[in-house]
Design a protein around this ligand. Structure first.
Ligand code: HPA
Ligand code: ZN
Length: 336
């Protein structure tokens, strides 16, 4: 078996995936047509050619623009279904999926339309393909803390459909401390807590996410390496980092895969995982992220095993589900 086949068939868990970031240009065109909207691009090819980013903001501008074709409940259904089908084909067993309600409610799309479409597709996918998933609501940090509080209120009637809350969008100059109150209220409502930190922002933002927001894991977090005390804390408390290698390359967080610090973090004992972030924009789903990282950093089978085990442990699955996945994974790595 080639390494590519080995990674393809390996049972996987994905913990950092924005559903709006799975919008492939083909679906973007189909939805634009269905909703009678004009796109600023002439073809699928032209859309793909526009995907050259220099930093996080240059990506976000195009990503929010693309999401405008999502209007009806069926659009959100189709988006979620397409991702879960792809993930299932890649042997992803379980995914904890971000959605950005404010990207839609700001355009006048009701919260209910978004959540019902996404939820119905998740339920159908679990029934028909066996892939399990959860939703994590992300607050957009370029918008105000008051807007985040309003979004938490909007979510209240759908509390049981949403597992956790997170924080995403433009990081620089938008420290987690701005959002302390909304995360406190989310915690009071028993949401699981995560946040993007230390992607472009400093290690200090990772500390804030831990101390002020009470996160259970950190999304990205690669700049934690700049603070040895923080690394010690992450190791001692086994706070996972949901690292997204192809995203980091496309957004110029690292110049090339050989310079990525994932292997260094792994060797230090940090609970690192591999994820795809926004696969339609960054050139690959979970398998492609594993493959590119393995090749760039010369990861061993033991490394791949550890990274996959980390994702199971860092997930919000119950102990019984974790045990089943652990057993399946360990058995997979024992084969000849
Ligand atoms: N960082 C911040 N916001 C985002 C990202 C990301 O990687 N992807 C989608 N929104
Ligand atoms: Zn992300």
């Amino acid at each position: 078996m080639t390494l590519q086949q080995f990674i393809q068939q390996m049972p996987k868990v994905e913990l950092h995936l924005h559903i709006e970031g799975t919008l492939e240009p083909e679906l973007m065109f189909a939805l634009a047509q269905r909703n009678r909207m004009d796109l600023p691009f002439k073809s699928v090819q032209k859309v793909r050619e526009a995907y050259h980013f220099t930093n996080l903001q240059s990506f976000l501008d195009i990503y929010y623009q693309g999401a405008q074709v999502l209007v009806a409940e069926q659009d959100f259904y189709d988006l979620m279904w397409a991702y879960l089908k792809k993930a299932s084909e890649q042997n992803v067993r379980h995914a904890e999926i971000f959605f950005d309600p404010q990207t839609h409610t700001e355009r006048g799309i009701p919260f209910e339309v978004v959540i019902q479409g996404l939820t119905r597709a998740r339920e159908d996918a679990e029934r028909q393909m066996g892939i399990t998933s959860e939703l994590i609501l992300c607050f957009l940090r370029h918008l105000s803390p008051e807007a985040a509080l309003k979004t938490l209120e909007d979510a209240y009637p759908y509390r049981e459909k949403i597992l956790g809350v997170g924080l995403d969008s433009s990081e620089q100059g938008r420290p987690p401390s701005l959002f302390t109150e909304v995360f406190k209220q989310a915690k009071d409502q028993s949401y699981r807590i995560v946040a993007h930190a230390g992607e472009e922002g400093p290690a200090e933002y990772v500390w804030e996410a831990i101390r002020l927001l009470g996160v259970q894991r950190i999304d990205h977090g690669v700049r934690s390496i700049e603070d040895p005390e923080l690394i010690d804390y992450l190791v001692e408390n086994q706070i996972a980092l949901t690292v997204c290698p192809l995203s980091n390359l496309k957004l110029c967080v690292f110049e090339e895969m050989g310079q990525h610090n994932l292997k260094q973090l792994l060797d230090l004992g940090v609970r690192v995982t591999i994820n795809s972030d926004d696969p339609a924009y960054f050139g690959g789903y979970l398998n492609e992220n594993f493959l590119a990282t393995q090749a760039g950093l010369d990861l061993s089978l033991a490394d791949l095993h550890q990274i996959s085990r980390n994702a199971i442990e860092a997930s919000f699955l119950g102990e019984a589900e974790k045990q089943l996945l652990r057993a399946e994974l360990d058995q997979y790595f024992q084969r000849d």
